[in-house]
Ligand binder design. Structure first.
Ligand code: UDP
Length: 412
């Protein structure tokens, strides 16, 4: 359950909240339906969890629907996801048929809401075919891509594009992801909810309890990467970096991840991670249930340095979360991590395990650098990556989409 809007005044100021209320008045009663493919696990669910109630509080008639699918469907959509992020994946005609058939079944279930909506925001590739199926739509449809499609595997994008091009607009997290599409494309980076269980302040006792629960040593530095067990998050690369640092400093590593119901690859990647971790008692591989928000919050607060060594990343909410907790982040030099990690100011961007190890060692030798970058990181998030900015941009682009179909490539 998210906090009410006025609760954010203390963090962002009352003028920001007043502006949101004014925007909300202009969209009062607008029926907006978000559609994605999982209720929990991963960044999209994390965002919709607060965005839907806040839009409702602002006077919109907002709802959040989730498409259901078989294991086969999610294998196919994970291949599409991997293809869009640049892996050359074989997706057969049969696979695309499974993709369309499952969407057709979901469409029948969601038909009344989708036909009546003033705005439908479809998140990511999984539910993208819904628009083609909705022949009697009344409203505008927006495709919101959360993943890094800067260099897609062309055959995968070529087919997905046939679904996406029919939308009235699309939203990407950064300009590098924009694609040649026949409609306006908006740039809206994601954000975090500073008052959610994942990000709210915690008492020292709560944090200590998590430290003790996992047997972490308070006297030694702690490296933390929180991520689904996904190849693009490069957890094995993190272990390699840790091993290099370990030769000179007695650090500990937490690799915490959980599953998302729309991500079938987690088990295989987790096995690879376990094998790479071996029997090292200072590598803590944690498989967390999807509602472990408080645990994640505490682990991020316990970290000396946050890692997010992705090789592709749409945005990386875990980076934002770590920065909000006043931590420097060493992140992969890709996608949305580049929007957040400003080298030498909020952390470092790296391309290899060696690069990550080098920056970890540097920070461990510069305690004052850890503190300075952590403070800058928190303020950078306050200015740029809190939910109030995000929701303002969504409301603005909804106004534009409903009123001016000729608008083109706007950063709101
Ligand atoms: N997350 C979590 N538990 C886990 C792993 C991840 O709660 O075991 C959360 C994490 O804190 C973040 C989101 O899932 O809020 C992941 O979002 P991100 O944008 O970093 O990556 P995505 O999974 O969407 O690719």
């Amino acid at each position: 359950m998210s906090a009410t809007l006025s609760a954010y005044e203390g963090i962002v100021g009352s003028a920001v909240i007043r502006q949101l209320r004014r925007l909300g008045e202009k969209l009062k009663g607008t029926r907006i339906v978000h559609v994605n493919s999982t209720r929990e696990g991963g960044g999209v669910a994390e965002i919709l969890e607060w965005m839907t109630p806040l839009m409702t509080e602002l006077g919109l008639n907002a709802s959040w629907e989730v498409i259901h699918g078989s294991g086969r469907f999610f294998e196919v959509t994970k291949s599409i996801h991997n293809g869009l992020q640049g892996h050359s994946v074989p997706i057969t005609g049969k696979d695309w048929k499974v993709y369309e058939d499952v969407n057709a079944r979901n469409f029948e279930r969601l038909r009344p809401a989708l036909e009546e909506a003033d705005i439908v925001v479809v998140h990511d590739p999984q539910p993208a075919p819904l628009l083609k199926l909705c022949e009697r739509r009344k409203g505008k449809w927006i495709w919101r891509a959360h993943i890094d499609i800067s260099r897609p595997f062309r055959p995968a994008w070529k087919v997905l594009r046939t679904f996406v091009e029919k939308y009235d607009a699309s939203i990407f997290s950064m300009a590098e992801f924009a694609q040649p599409l026949p409609h306006p494309q908006y740039l809206v980076p994601p954000s975090i909810d500073p008052l959610s269980e994942k990000n709210r302040d915690m008492s020292p006792e709560e944090i200590e309890a998590v430290r003790n629960g996992f047997g972490l040593d308070p006297s030694r530095p702690l490296l933390v990467q929180i991520s689904r067990f996904d190849r693009f998050k490069d957890p094995v690369g993190v272990i390699e970096a840790y091993r290099m640092v370990r030769k000179v400093a007695k650090v500990q590593l937490v690799l915490a991840g959980g599953g998302a119901s729309d991500d079938p690859e987690g088990t295989a990647i987790l096995e690879e991670v376990m094998e790479a971790a071996g029997s090292d008692p200072d590598i803590h591989v944690l498989l967390l249930p999807p509602d472990s928000h408080r645990t994640v919050n505490a682990l991020q607060r316990l970290a000396t340095i946050i890692l997010q060594k992705s090789t592709r990343e749409g945005f990386g909410l875990t980076v934002t979360e770590g920065m909000w907790k006043g931590k420097p982040v060493i992140g992969g030099d890709v996608g949305g991590i580049r929007l957040q990690v400003v080298p030498h100011h909020t952390g470092f961007l790296v391309n290899t395990p060696e690069g990550a190890a080098h920056r970890i060692r540097y920070l461990l030798h510069h305690q004052e650098g850890i503190e300075r970058m952590g403070t800058t990181a928190r303020e950078f998030v306050r200015e740029n990556f809190l939910l109030t900015r995000h929701i303002r941009e969504y409301l603005t682009l909804m106004l534009v989409t409903l009123r001016d179909p000729r608008a083109n490539f706007i950063q709101v």
